[in-house]
Design a protein around this ligand. Sequence first.
Ligand code: NAP
Length: 484
Amino acid sequence: MSDPLREPRIAIIGAGMSGICLGALLLRAGIRDVVLLEKNQDLGGTWRDNSYPGIACDVPSRFYQFTFALNPDWTHRYSPGAEIHAYFEKVARDTGVADRVRFGTTVVETRWTGAAWSVTTDDGVSAEYDFVVSATGILHHPRYPNIEGLDSFAGPAFHSARWDHSVDLSDKRVGLIGTGSTGVQILSALAGNVDRLLLFQRTPHWVMQLANPEFRPITRRLHRRFPAYDRFSYHAARKQIESLSPALLHPGKTRRFLTWLCRRQLNKIVDPELRAKLTPDSQPMCRRLIISPGYYDAIQDPTVELVTDRIERITPTGVVTDGVEHPVDVLVLATGFDAHAYVRPMRLVGPGGLTLEHAWADGPRAYRTVAVPGFPNFFMLMGPNSPVGNYALTAIAETQANYVLDWVQRWRRGEFTTAEPTAEATDRYYREVDAALPDTVWATGCDSWYLGQNGKPELFPWAPEQHKVMLAQPRDDEFHIVAG
Ligand code: NAP
């Protein structure tokens, strides 16, 4: 008997964590015509790009994974980056996603033909799809600092997401610029293992010291032997984070406690002058709270020097602050990412020639984080205002991917041909977002990658569970739907 369901052609742009997630869910649902277009030669997105010393995930591993592919073998509460990369590769292999990836393929344009999306890649090939989903990641484009003389530096200089493993740092004076989550992890790994480490800090960040115990072999065996226990551990870790999230966003007892705890932990810094330099004047979590097991120990290592004077320029041999040159052999730029590029630089052209550039002239906006008015059958994972603060991006990706799957399943059943969110529903949603944002910790006056071009935090102003509720099922009353 022939299959009564229609078979959609689906292109996923990007084979990182979220692309793998959607690919796996589609294949598990029996949808076979799926391709992942990946510009690199390997899977894993951020976990492929970032291989710097000390890389780990500061969200507990029991929660930083997919519910449909739980890993009983995590080695640590916060497992190292290579292990996380291997996990996503395994998920891609086990689910068949790996076989659907076209590597070394950059999408240059996605254009609506009137009935489908025509996707053109840099090899000049165009193919048509019924759905296109952008899974291009949020922290993907390295941000290089605009510092005079950066190009003149004579030694090795690289961004944290482009680590040059051919450089032996053990006998070098290393200059590290940036003290966000990445800079803190690099410093913690390099302190005591290089000749000297000069940390250039522009603004101090709040750091929460949390231990990172190793899971003993017996624990791993138990998780392997009893999948129900493994599932329980996932949900316990999730609940723990979710129960704290709303209270941490808004003023109140929990936030006061967090501030007290962060200040108290700073007392680990013995030298009062160093402690003062490390004390932020913003509220904890206004910028992403840094979780680190060992930063305060590492920064007191005798090989480390904290430089807080403004960087004037870079010379071939060092970094100049206040007229003083600090000689360094290697320069590491832990200076973050352009978190607002989303789908770009790919060109997206919808019906009537509407471009995403035009639609986003006043800044990126998405209906409930996943879709854009004017662009039918187009979805985003990790789109604008996703709940990407101190939360598991794997859980967000799964929520968004399941939402996309819901639409695809309806298309398969012939319930519609095209669907796109209405401008009214999107405007209404943003009125709610804009009303809720000023009450959050992100709006308490600090500069961070959370802020969009209008200075407003590009985050989800409610508890992450609310995001799940919001995307639990498609709402026809908020979409233009063309029947199938
Ligand atoms: P970031 O948080 O944006 O920090 C960039 C750092 O570079 C800041 O300290 C910034 O100073 C400094 N900087 C930028 N330009 C500079 C300049 N011209 N001169 C001097 N300093 C300059 O970037 P990130 O540390 O790569 O982290 C980005 C995000 O990645 C994190 O917030 C997190 O979401 C994610 N991440 C997660 C993990 C994890 O364990 N899950 C680990 C690493 C990263 P200012 O502070 O003054 O702006």
